[in-house]
Design a protein around this ligand. Structure first.
Ligand SMILES: *Cc1c(COP(=O)(O)O)cnc(C)c1O
Length: 424
């Protein structure tokens, strides 16, 4: 068959291709459900474009101060429609996800306020934002305290302790949807809704913010549909659809977004300034593609979970678990396997397929890390990418896949590279 020839040109044997096909046959129903979610979300995005009257003029940008940037303002309106919120801030001047989260926190908290995380430790980079690890300019330096309630053993919320932790000073509650690179499970939007309802029942005026990174368009609902006051994320992950080359967003209550805008630019200026330069077409088109791109990434991770679980490896989430983000972890058990896996992913990348990734001492990490990324946008993790810290249990984390056929090829090549070296 001609398709086998194509795989063989990538060094993937007919035997491996056949294994992959058997897995695909088993996953047909599940993939159909993912396609249904993508269909719903595509219509959600399309209706937002229509309702906001996105026009050709919106695709061009402004320079200088960026007053009356119709494309920028309309895009923010589109985001607000999609996330079912009063307002949104979507800007290339928001440099990454961490920046968007820091902005949402720093602009909505004041000295004397307290921040509460009822879902355990937040994403690594937020530790310095909050001041859990000492850092210049942290919330702690500005007199904003932090409290954390860890999850119970089974990743569920510790409602008793959360109730005790909410006090007069509690102003903002931060909930991270995706597990990121921790071992807990990722929360469904429904679970997040229950937690928010519980918090608001105790203290109605508390701001509930959700770190939405890696979660956008995985379900048909978003946290702002179930009571969140703000959702925050990165445009080089899900909602950028692989096309946005930079950026972050915050969608939410009007007063929260105003606070964020005044902090991003300046008091008095807020959303009125911030030229979009020539970036808007990519923001719009990426958002338009995002629902199907997220579906491709989801299929890729479910496919990998099934292939590697069958080969005897521990996978998180497992082969049957429901999905609430696009991250997949596979415990490979030794350095050779982690390297072989990452080399396979790299070898099928559209960019830099000919380079061999090697473990290196990355700043901020306590062990060497190997990374596979052959991306159009540097560091983009909606594109197929993998990384593995070289330390027990030798797990590799991967995510993304702009198209499902590419994701499938990448996973098969990772598997093949391990097979070729006798590591399976
Ligand atoms: C990626 C991520 C962040 C930080 O985003 P960066 O763009 O890497 O700064 C924060 N929280 C979660 C859950 C993430 O996945």
């Amino acid at each position: 068959m001609i398709i086998n020839d194509m795989y063989e040109r990538m060094g993937i044997t007919p035997e491996t291709t056949k294994k992959g096909q058997e897995i695909c046959d088993l996953l047909r129903e599940r993939f159909a459900l993912i396609d249904q979610t993508a269909e719903y979300n595509q219509l959600k995005v399309l209706n937002a474009f229509r309702d906001c009257k996105v026009s050709e003029a919106c695709l061009y940008g402004t320079t200088g101060y960026g007053y009356n940037d119709i494309g920028r303002d309309t895009l923010e309106d589109v985001y607000a429609h999609i996330f079912n919120t009063e307002a949104a801030l979507v800007r290339p001047q928001i440099t990454c996800g961490t920046h968007a989260l820091a902005l949402a926190l720093m602009s909505n908290l004041r000295p004397g306020d307290e921040l509460l995380s009822p879902v355990g430790k937040p994403y690594d980079t937020l530790e310095e934002v909050i001041g859990i690890r000492e850092s210049k300019g942290s919330l702690k330096e500005y007199g904003i305290s932090y409290r954390q309630v860890d999850l119970l053993e089974d990743s569920s919320f510790d409602y008793e302790k959360i109730k005790d932790a909410i006090n007069d000073k509690t102003r903002l509650v931060t909930i991270q949807r995706s597990k990121g690179y921790q071992t807990r499970k990722t929360f469904s939007v429904e679970e997040i809704g229950k937690l928010i309802a519980f918090v608001k029942d105790i203290k109605p005026d508390v701001i509930c913010m959700v770190d939405n990174c890696y979660g956008e368009f995985v379900e048909t609902v978003e946290p702002t549909d179930v009571g969140a006051d703000m959702v925050v994320g990165s445009l080089i992950k899900n909602p950028g659809g692989g096309l946005a080359p930079i950026g972050g967003y915050i969608a939410g209550r009007k007063d929260c977004i105003e606070n964020a805008a005044y902090r991003l630019t300046s008091p008095g200026l807020g959303k009125e300034v911030g030229a979009s330069l020539g970036i808007l077409k990519d923001f719009y088109q990426g958002l338009f593609l995002a629902p199907t791109v997220v579906a491709s990434a989801l299929k890729t991770s479910i496919f990998a979970a099934n292939l590697f679980e069958k080969a005897g490896f521990k996978v998180v989430p497992d082969s049957n678990e429901s999905r609430h983000d696009i991250i997949q972890a596979i415990t490979l058990g030794n350095e050779e396997r982690v390297c072989a896996f990452c080399e396979g992913i790299q070898a099928t990348a559209p960019v830099d397929s000919f380079v061999t990734p090697e473990p290196w001492d990355m700043p901020g990490y306590d062990a060497k890390v190997i990374m596979a990324a052959g991306a159009f946008v540097s560091g983009s993790s909606i594109e197929l990418s993998a990384d593995g810290p070289i330390k027990p249990p030798f797990a590799v984390y991967f995510q993304g896949g702009l198209t499902w056929p590419h994701g499938k090829a990448g996973i098969l090549k990772a598997y093949q590279t391990m097979a070729d070296r006798g590591l399976l």
